[in-house]
Design a protein around this ligand. Structure first.
Ligand SMILES: Nc1ncnc2c1ncn2[C@@H]1O[C@H](COP(=O)(O)OP(=O)(O)OP(=O)(O)O)[C@@H](O)[C@H]1O
Ligand SMILES: [Mg+2]
Length: 467
């Protein structure tokens, strides 16, 4: 059973024959662990699923891509007994959207390994869909869902120190707060935030460790520092990349041993905190350039995550716009947006990422008059696009960025083309909330071509009509 006591359900699908592993035996063995196995169509099921395979071919890769919605839905890929799984194959399956891959005979109790994974994923996904997360951290793009799942898992099931990296405005502070909220410690105390850009070096010792009365001129009474205040809670060191090297050296012991001395004091104090750090610098790069201590880096970064800039998750722009509008107009439904405004919001650059978008939505809402849709005139003059960027074709730098990324990951032309098509279909179908007729119109193909394509995807053939 998962922690929340709900029954974990999963579909089971076989892309292999019955010779080595009879289907009914597999289903029964897994069901006996407490997982509810059903036979729903994997293409339409909302649950997680397990696929058994005996051959690594295009059919398997397409299946994984399609049913996992590029990794958004969890699929566990299990190689049939006797099949060999080479490292290269495992990476390809993960890349196609599998959440994990192993072979049925890789351990004595594969069914328990399946159960453990499905239950963990179920708990994590339930949290990712909870109002606590969805009402605060908006985003459904695959890259965002994937990062959120990792953060939830590490926050809830470990006590690791976490380093959050990401450009300005990508949500680092929101994530730090989420980590603290999800931390499982019983009788957990506060989240203490310390902004490393505001630390004055002469007073830094006292800020971090506290001081005894009379420790220095002006120390008229003793005082607790950040490490004491964060005892049994979380210490969030924001902008940790700004910490001077000397100060990093002073923090090594307390981060590792959780013991320290107050300024002017001799007694060792102990404290029990989880450390979460954030930075918009590439800290590994800073370590290489000797601007950041490598021993301190490894102490603060038991686990690292990089929050994607908004340009890497433009699918999330419209949901974020809706979210910010709801926050601004709590008393009424958010207004609709005219098509040119939607297009503008998606096309625009956001150097300040989500914060930038939030401020823009605020400006649009201030200017908007009445209850009708927001129109192009509501966009403040200084925010409007230049004539050049209006003429910019759709293959702009974001597109180029994605292609560069794919090429550097070793993905070939055929795969890129297929991924572009699949992405277009997925976005169109999802924008039209599953209405295939409207999605087909958006894609400029006939309804039949779209239906055929989706059906034939499953058999790994692309219909002529679509090409
Ligand atoms: N996924 C999100 N969903 C909703 N709001 C978000 C999301 N990400 C960021 N925001 C909003 O964007 C703003 C900036 O977020 P936050 O302060 O967490 O960013 P940051 O990465 O810490 O930025 P900086 O590096 O400038 O300190 C906040 O108003 C926050 O509420
Ligand atoms: Mg911040």
């Amino acid at each position: 059973m998962a922690n929340d006591n709900t029954l974990v359900k999963a579909w089971l699908h076989f892309l292999c024959n019955d010779d080595n592993l009879p289907k009914s035996t597999v289903a029964e063995t897994i069901t006996n662990t407490g997982i509810s196995i059903h036979t729903s169509d994997p293409y339409t099921a909302n649950d997680m699923g397990i696929v058994f395979f005996d051959d690594i071919n295009q059919q398997l890769l397409s299946f994984l891509r399609e049913v996992s919605l590029s990794g958004r839905k969890r699929v566990l890929a299990i190689a049939d007994s006797g099949s060999t799984l080479t490292n290269g194959v495992v990476w390809r399956l993960l890349q196609a959207g599998a959440s994990d891959v192993f072979s049925w005979d890789h351990s004595a109790n594969p069914e328990i390994e399946i159960k453990n994974r499905l239950e963990r994923w179920h708990t994590v996904d339930q949290l990712a869909c909870s109002s606590l997360v969805r009402n605060n951290l908006v985003g459904q793009s695959p890259v965002w869902v994937s990062i959120l799942r990792q953060i939830i898992e590490v926050a809830k099931f470990t006590d690791a120190n976490i380093l959050i990296m990401g450009e300005t405005g990508t949500g680092k502070e929101l994530i730090a707060r989420l980590i603290h909220t999800l931390d499982q410690r019983s009788q957990k105390h506060e989240l203490v935030v310390l902004d490393c850009t505001t630390i004055v070096s002469e007073l830094s010792g006292s800020e971090f460790f506290g001081h005894e009365r009379g420790a220095f001129t002006g120390a008229v009474s003793s005082r607790d520092g950040a490490f004491a205040l964060a005892n049994d809670g979380t210490l969030f060191l924001d902008e940790v990349g700004e910490l001077p090297l000397g100060l990093q050296a002073q923090l090594l012991r307390v981060v590792q041993e959780h013991t320290y001395k107050r300024v002017g004091g001799n007694a060792w104090q102990s404290t029990n905190f989880r450390l979460v750090c954030a930075t918009n610098k590439n800290l590994m790069q800073e370590v290489k350039q000797n601007n950041f201590r490598h021993d301190f880096y490894y102490r603060i970064a038991n686990w690292t995550c990089r929050l994607p800039p908004l340009r890497e998750r433009s699918e999330d722009i419209m949901p974020l716009v809706q979210h910010f509008m709801k926050i601004l107009r709590t008393d009424e439904d958010p207004p609709e947006l005219d098509e040119p405004v939607r297009e503008y919001l998606i096309k625009r650059d956001y150097p300040g990422n989500v914060r930038d978008l939030r401020q823009l939505v605020t400006r649009l809402t201030y200017r908007h008059i009445g209850t009708g849709p927001i129109t192009a005139g509501d966009i403040p003059e200084e925010d409007r696009l230049s004539p050049e960027s209006l003429q910019e074709d759709w293959c702009n730098k974001h597109f180029e960025y994605a292609i560069r990324h794919a090429l550097s990951a070793g993905i070939g032309l055929k795969e890129i083309g297929r991924a572009a098509e699949e992405t277009a279909v997925r976005i169109a179908v999802s924008n039209e909330k599953g209405n295939l007729q409207r999605a087909a119109r958006k894609l400029g193909v006939t309804d039949r071509a779209l239906q055929l394509r989706r059906a034939s995807r499953r058999q790994n053939e692309i219909p002529q009509e679509f090409d």
